[in-house]
Design a protein around this ligand. Sequence first.
Ligand SMILES: Nc1ncnc2c1ncn2[C@@H]1O[C@H](COP(=O)(O)OP(=O)(O)O)[C@@H](O)[C@H]1O
Ligand SMILES: [Mg+2]
Length: 215
Amino acid sequence: MGDLNVAVTREGVLRWLAVLAQVFAGNREQLTDLDRAIGDADHGINMERGFSAVQAELAANPPADIRAIFQSVAATLIRSVGGAAGPLYGTFFLRAAAACAGKTALGAADVVALFQAGIGGVQQRGKAEPGDKTMLDALLPALDAMRAAEQGGSDIAGILDRGAAAAEAGMLATIPMQARKGRASYLGERSIGHQDPGATSSCLLLQAAARTWRL
Ligand SMILES: Nc1ncnc2c1ncn2[C@@H]1O[C@H](COP(=O)(O)OP(=O)(O)O)[C@@H](O)[C@H]1O
Ligand SMILES: [Mg+2]
């Protein structure tokens, strides 16, 4: 506990965000294609724009600690990303920032607390329920899996591997769902049979953390 060798530092947080900028640039077409089927074809553009703006802002104004980094990310996403995803992911990072207050490194319990706070924020802000075919259908199973792994004594890599696997299963489980929130809900039954774009970007976010935070 608190051992710097088993904790995510400020540098680790910055690395995750840099990886996210690459991941969302690389998956821009996939996310946009998914959003074309049940939305307005902008989710990939939104995510790439948001996380490249995050990189620019972090470079221009390097924040002092983990909380300030996540606060900067939140402000940038809310400012630069339109639509549903900007405020929702902005809220995720705003709550994550609060969960990291006063911490110079994140141990296993802190990492779970970060995601718990962030995902709780998405839930509060968007008011979606499980099964509504949203990003929460990837995020909530991921959170359950991460809590279980942490309680079972897993290290950070083990926790995030379980979270990423659950997020992927949750993402795939959105395919047969009918959307009840956001733009896709306007399609009614025609939203069935398509993977939710936001669940896909949330899965990518977890997978990037799992790949980056291997200590
Ligand atoms: N109320 C909500 N709660 C959680 N996620 C939501 C909600 N509304 C929409 N979403 C997510 O946002 C994604 C769409 O994001 P995006 O395309 O960037 O925004 P918009 O729908 O405004 O064009 C959806 O695939 C869904 O996962
Ligand atoms: Mg859209």
